[in-house]
Ligand binder design. Structure first.
Ligand code: PLP
Length: 354
C-alpha cells in the first residue's frame, strides 16, 4: 500500500534539482513493482522481448475488452500518432485538429505533406467539435481527425457524447484518431474512453494510449494503439519494427496490474491539483478546470518573464502554446513540490512581481 507524500513536507529544490513542471511527466516515479520488473529485465535485455510482448498485448486486449489482434504495441504514443497518420495518407488528405492541441499530430502530418486544417476554439479554449465536424464534411477529400481527450495543453475534456453520434454515423472519407494519454486522471463523468466504440465494432476509430503518464514510465517508451484488426494491420506497417524496449515491456506488464500504485498516482495528482487550484484562486489567476496532471492558467505577467522568474526560483514551467498567448501550462508535480510552488507564487505576489 502507498501513503501520499507527507503534506507538511515542502520540497526544497535547488538549481541542480529544480521542480520539473514543463513536460507533463509523473513526478512520483514508477510503481515499485514496475521498477523491479525493469531491473530484473536488464540481464535478459541482450535478447528481444519475444515472450513478454504477446503477454502485454494480451493483457491490454483484456483491459480494453478487444481481441488480441486489435492491439499494437508502440514506442510510446508518439510512435502511435506517427504510424496511425502514416497509415491513412492518401492523395487529398487533410489533418483536422483544434487550433490548440498537442503538436505531434500536426508535426507528423506535415512530414507527410498533409494539408493542416485548424479549427478555432470556443471560449476558454474549449474544443469546437461541431466546427471540426464541419471542417471534415466540407472537405473534398479524406480527413484524419486527431482529437486529444483530455486535451493538452488545456487540461480539459469534451464529452464523449459530443463525438459519439458523429463516429457512429460512419462519415465517408473520415478516420478518427483519439489520443487518450491522460484519460486515467479524469474526474469528469462526461468523459468516457472511445474504446467502447471499438469494442462495439466501429472501425473508424483509432485509440492511442501511453504508459508515460499515469504509469510514470515516460523514459521507458511504451505505448499502444487500439483499433479494428484491419486498421491495426495497416498501422503496423509503419512502426519502426515489431520489437520494443525489453525493460519497458516488463515494467508495463507489472504496472498494469499494480492497482494500488495507479490509485495512488491519481490521488497524488488530485491533491496536487487542489493545492494549485487554491494558489491560483488566491492569486486571482484564471485557470481551466483540469482533468489531467497539468493545469492551464492565465499568466500574471508576460509568459517569458514569468517562466524566467519561476526558473530563478527553481521551478520549470511550460513553453509557449500558440495561439494561447500568455497562458501558462504547469504540470502537476508531487504534492510537496506543489506546496513549494504555491509558496513561491504567494511570495512573488507579495513582492509585487506577479
Ligand atoms: N499524446 C499526448 C497528448 C501527449 O501529451 C504526449 C506527451 O506529452 C504524447 C502523446 C506522447 O507521449 P509518449 O510518446 O511518451 O507516449
Amino acid at each position: 500500500s502507498f501513503s501520499l507524500p507527507m503534506l507538511e513536507n515542502v520540497a526544497i529544490p535547488d538549481v541542480n534539482n529544480p521542480v520539473r513542471l514543463n513536460f507533463n511527466e509523473n513526478a512520483l516515479g514508477m510503481s515499485p513493482r514496475a521498477k523491479q520488473a525493469a531491473i530484473d529485465a536488464v540481464p535478459k535485455a541482450n535478447r528481444y522481448a519475444k515472450a513478454e510482448m504477446p503477454l502485454l498485448n494480451k493483457r491490454l486486449a483484456k483491459h480494453h475488452k478487444v481481441d488480441d489482434t486489435q492491439i499494437l504495441l508502440t514506442a510510446g504514443s508518439s510512435e502511435g500518432i506517427r504510424s496511425a497518420i502514416a497509415a491513412f495518407v492518401k492523395p487529398n488528405t487533410q489533418l483536422v485538429i483544434p487550433e490548440l492541441t498537442y503538436g505531434d499530430g500536426e508535426h507528423f502530418a506535415k512530414i507527410f505533406n498533409l494539408k493542416i486544417t485548424k479549427v478555432p476554439s470556443l471560449p476558454d479554449w474549449q474544443i469546437d467539435i461541431k466546427g471540426i465536424q464541419k471542417a471534415a464534411e466540407d472537405y473534398n477529400g479524406f480527413s484524419i481527425v486527431y482529437l486529444v481527450n483530455p486535451n493538452n495543453p488545456t487540461s480539459t475534456v469534451f464529452a464523449t457524447s459530443e463525438i459519439e453520434s458523429w463516429i457512429k454515423s460512419k462519415p465517408k472519407n473520415t478516420i478518427f484518431i483519439v489520443d487518450e494519454a491522460y484519460a486515467e486522471f479524469v474526474n469528469d463523468p462526461a468523459f468516457e474512453s472511445v474504446d467502447k466504440l471499438i469494442t462495439q465494432g466501429y472501425d473508424n476509430v483509432i485509440l492511442l494510449k501511453t504508459f508515460s503518464k499515469i504509469h510514470a514510465m515516460a523514459g521507458l517508451r511504451v505505448g499502444y494503439v487500439v483499433s479494428s484488426v484491419e486498421n491495426i494491420k495497416n498501422i503496423a506497417q509503419y512502426i519502426a519494427g515489431e520489437k520494443l524496449n525489453y525493460c519497458g515491456v516488463c515494467a508495463a506488464l507489472a504496472s498494469i496490474d499494480d492497482q494500488p500504485f495507479l490509485t495512488y498516482s491519481k490521488k497524488a495528482v488530485d491533491v496536487s491539483r487542489q493545492i494549485m487550484e487554491k494558489a491560483l484562486s488566491d492569486l486571482g489567476l484564471h485557470y481551466l478546470k483540469s482533468q489531467t496532471n497539468f493545469m492551464f492558467h492565465k499568466s500574471p505577467i508576460d509568459l517569458k518573464d514569468y517562466r524566467e522568474l519561476m526558473k530563478n526560483n527553481f521551478i520549470l514551467i511550460g513553453r509557449d502554446f500558440n495561439p494561447a498567448t500568455n497562458w501558462c501550462r504547469i504540470s502537476l508535480g508531487s504534492p510537496s513540490e506543489m506546496l513549494y510552488v504555491a509558496k513561491v507564487m504567494r511570495e512573488l505576489k507579495e513582492k509585487g512581481k506577479i
